[in-house]
Design a protein around this ligand. Structure first.
Ligand code: PHE
Length: 336
């Protein structure tokens, strides 16, 4: 029946036009063309309808009404949808919870460093900085570490391959913050009382307690009559300020080329002793290397691992250990 085909074709075209209407003017034009009462295409079809035979009429009439309703409601839906952007402001529900912007937080190591500086500042230590790219004088020689010392093995240090081209002496990433002891004493006459906090680099295999980059706090105090008792007092005051009164500090004999005598420093807080660094009385050779007179002044120095403290404080003891700090996983970092 050609009239049924015409109805189907009308429906298809009307729905296509509704679908592709992109703004209120276009959807209004679609209404005029397909549903308009005066000269729309629906009107045309209606007149064709009048010409069908009596027995065809019920079938065709029902079909006509179905299609008319479908097109009408598709049109209304689209009209409403297109009307919405015009009132976009009204579409914002101010009672909904806001969208939280992701703001960062201070890295736990940076927080620890800030706190260390603050504690040591209260004990009269000012903060000194030194470069992470060092020469052998500051990383080794002035620290009484001779050329044949195993600590200078190229395999145990990050020597810079470009150094030969940019300068006439070897350069390396500092393996310890003790470099800053030398830099400070070269620049200032005694007394000195400084801490230096920063990154150090060692080609260690990375595991739960080792990283090829980590942080140290170096401390140096030089004056007349400084003794091991001052060293232990400062370290105990520092440890209690950071952990609380229930912390214990102990020394074990050790060796460092730049201190004599030298000790390993352990701390107990909660369960078990934790090795936190090295310390000792500044070796007279070091004092001489920077032009100080070891007969006049004495001093102590210490170097503590910052991550060790942070891991204890934040109770990071799982199998990823120190690696958590450098994974840059916000789910970890957001917890502090
Ligand atoms: N620099 C030593 C280290 O990295 C620690 C230390 C510092 C020891 C100062 C004694 C005095 O292992």
């Amino acid at each position: 029946m050609p009239v049924l085909d015409a109805l189907t074709e009308y429906e298809q075209q009307a729905l296509d036009a509704i679908q592709s209407a992109a703004d209120p003017q276009q959807i209004e034009a679609v209404r005029v063309e397909f549903l308009g009462k005066k000269k729309g295409r629906l009107k045309e079809l209606q007149s064709v309808l009048g010409k069908v035979t009596a027995e065809e009429r019920p079938v065709v009439g029902r079909r006509f009404n179905e299609i008319k309703n479908r097109v009408q409601s598709a049109w209304e839906q689209k009209r409403d949808q297109l009307a919405r952007p015009a009132t976009a402001a009204a579409a914002i529900d101010v009672t909904l919870p806001g969208v939280t912007l992701p703001v960062g937080s201070r890295h736990p190591i940076a927080q620890t460093i800030d706190e260390f500086k603050e504690i040591m500042g209260r004990l009269g230590f000012s903060v000194a900085d030194g470069p992470e790219i060092e020469d052998e004088r500051h990383n080794f020689e002035a620290l009484n570490i001779p050329l044949d010392h195993p600590a200078r093995d190229p395999l145990d240090n990050f020597y810079l391959a470009t150094a030969g081209r940019t300068s006439d002496r070897p350069l390396l990433l500092r393996s310890q913050t003790s470099t800053v002891q030398i830099r400070v004493m070269e620049q200032t006459a005694p007394p000195v009382r400084i801490v230096s906090l920063g990154r150090v680099y060692r080609p260690d295999a990375i595991d739960a307690t080792h990283s090829c980059m980590f942080h140290q706090m170096e401390g140096l105090m030089v004056d007349r009559g400084i003794t091991m008792a001052d060293l232990k007092t400062v370290l105990r005051l520092f440890a209690t300020a950071y952990f609380g009164d229930d912390v214990h500090v102990r020394f074990r004999p050790s060796f460092f080329p730049f201190t004599e005598p030298s000790v390993e420093v352990d701390m107990a807080w909660g369960d078990g002793w934790l090795e936190i660094g090295g310390a000792g009385m500044v070796d007279p050779n070091v004092l001489r290397a920077v032009g100080y007179d070891p007969e006049e002044v004495t001093g102590f120095a210490f170097g503590l691992g910052v991550e060790r403290f942070a891991m204890r404080r934040f109770a990071i003891s799982d199998e990823r250990g120190i690696r958590h700090f450098y994974d840059n996983d916000v789910r970890f970092l957001q917890q502090f």
